[in-house]
Design a protein around this ligand. Structure first.
Ligand SMILES: [Zn+2]
Length: 233
């Protein structure tokens, strides 16, 4: 009886839909995994960028400190010479030279202060980012393990469903099965048979005319949705 064949097709569709879900998860897994790994890399890259910035600031500060040291030495030297000068003119010129050096010293001290502030900021930023990056890394590593487990479960389930499928397929009339398979192959969602609900096809949501619906209810022949061509039951 065709009624029985339709019932078998419905069961087969349930199995095929599960197989479809399993296969989708398995197929998507490598991309998902590499995306997750990339997120870890991105977090690590942020850290190495901040470290480079930190190094730059440290180097500049060191240079400025050396510069400051040499100006301070120069000032000391000039001040010593004050005791040795003979003329007023020399004295005034030395004083103005000392003044110049002191001005320079002040400027460099300001720069060093600024660099110290920058260094503080970047040190804090580095601590902050390192913590966050560690968190991201841990979270993603946990997620990779979870997703791997899920995928392995899906592989097991897929095998189970495939053998279940093989058992039911041999019970289905060949011509009916062929129709089902032909439709299924053409559908992106892998759905070949779907329920008629009220006046609409649950496969494409389109209206099903009364005469088609009557034929579906009679269960005497295979009835297709006029819009999506799926088998209706
Ligand atoms: Zn339809």
């Amino acid at each position: 009886m065709l009624k029985d064949e339709i019932e078998k097709l419905v069961r087969l569709q349930e199995i095929d839909s599960e197989i479809f879900t399993c296969e989708t998860v398995i197929e998507n897994f490598p991309v998902l995994k590499s995306q997750m790994k990339k997120s870890i890399e991105a977090a690590t890259q942020d850290i190495s960028f901040i470290k480079k910035e930190q190094k730059k600031i440290q180097v500049e500060k060191k240079e400025r400190e050396l510069e400051l040291q040499s100006i301070e030495d120069e000032i000391k030297k000039l001040q010593k010479r004050l005791d040795e000068v003979k003329t007023n003119k020399e004295y005034t010129s030395l004083l103005s030279e000392i003044d110049n050096q002191k001005k320079k010293k002040g400027e460099i001290e300001d720069i060093i202060l600024l660099l110290m502030e920058k260094e503080d900021e970047i040190n804090k930023k580095l601590i902050d980012f390192s913590r966050k990056s560690e968190e991201v890394k841990k979270d993603i590593e946990v997620k990779i393990i979870e997703e791997t487990k899920k995928m392995e479960e899906m592989q097991k389930r897929l095998e189970e469903k495939k053998s279940e499928r093989a058992k039911i397929v041999v019970e289905i009339r060949k011509d009916v099965y062929d129709i089902y398979e032909k439709i299924r192959a053409g559908k992106k969602d892998g759905v070949a048979i779907c329920k008629l609900e009220g006046q609409s096809c649950t496969g494409c949501s389109m209206f099903v005319p009364v005469y088609v619906a009557e034929k579906v209810k009679a269960k005497k022949e295979i009835v297709h949705c006029e819009n999506c061509s799926r088998i209706l039951y």
